[in-house]
Design a protein around this ligand. Structure first.
Ligand code: ATP
Length: 256
């Protein structure tokens, strides 16, 4: 479904991703982990066409993604959530999800928001679909509430519903469980499995190891921009380079 081939991304002198390659089979939940600054968000940003790789290629079902726009990526069937929530606080929950169907990137969402009255008139079906997505994540009862009044857990569900509204085949979740309490994290875990079971492949960047290790079919580990390991959760947990990378990061934090 997804092929990342020798991808490198440099920001000036900083090499955020260095010669990364892997494949992603359809129907899986794959985890992308690594210490802070390892390059996880950079890789997600390239797969969702926020920016292109400096070198290498990314393919989704044989479409090369390198030069596509975020609109085109969404149309191909890739959707994502962002680490920093991107909701319109003065709009209702259902309106936020409807906007997501029109466009997905930060700037795209903004321009859709400016066109909001016409967007709203445009499509009865968009409303029905948005309500369906809200029901799927368990947020339909709050459809009329202003997004600004939602607690964090529900905001994350809203982002998820909005990403699902574009009917993705591949869903990228960037730290979807960050800041959630134990129960919310457990519920999120079940929801991610439910998404996978509905036929959507899921790629998760996550710091919650428990979540990653219990739901992922495969885990890819980055450290300082390089892929240092790839395997089943069990293989990854016992992998010497992974242990070393995390211990190293912890020791750096303690020292400084
Ligand atoms: N737009 C940018 N300009 C310059 N440097 C960047 C940019 N984006 C990321 N970097 C650098 O690239 C490296 C990888 O960052 P990235 O955000 O991809 O890591 P991460 O694994 O997602 O980290 P975290 O877990 O803290 O979110 C870091 O050194 C970061 O400072």
């Amino acid at each position: 479904m997804l092929r990342v081939e020798h991808v490198t991304k440099s920001f000036g002198g900083v090499v955020a991703n260095k010669d990364i390659s892997f494949t992603f089979e359809e129907g899986q939940i794959v985890g992308l982990i690594g210490p802070n600054g390892a390059g996880k968000s950079t890789l997600f940003n390239m797969i969702s066409a926020i920016f292109p790789p400096t070198e290498g290629n990314i393919f989704f079902k044989d479409h090369q993604l390198n030069d596509l726009s975020t609109h085109e990526i969404v149309r191909l069937g890739i959707s994502r959530t962002f680490q920093n929530l991107q909701v319109f606080k003065n709009m209702t929950v259902v309106e936020n999800v409807m906007l997501g169907q029109h466009i997905h990137s930060k700037t795209g969402l903004l321009s859709a928001a400016f066109r909001w009255p016409s967007v709203r008139r445009e499509d009865e079906r968009a409303y029905e679909k948005a309500m369906g997505c809200l029901a799927f994540v368990g947020l339909d009862h709050l459809y009329k509430v202003k997004a600004g009044n939602l607690a964090l857990g529900n905001l994350r569900l809203l982002e998820l519903a909005r990403a699902l509204a574009t009917e993705p085949q591949l869903l990228l979740l960037d730290e979807i469980a960050a800041g959630l309490n134990q129960k919310e994290t457990r519920d999120m875990r079940e929801l991610i499995k439910k998404i996978r079971d509905s036929g959507v492949s899921v790629f998760v960047v996550e710091h919650d190891m428990d979540l990653v290790m219990t739901i992922c079919d495969k885990v890819i580990v980055l450290d300082q921009g390089e892929k240092i390991a790839e395997g089943t959760p069990k293989e990854i947990q016992n992998h010497p380079r992974v242990i070393e990378a995390y211990l190293g990061a912890e020791m750096e934090e303690e020292a400084g």
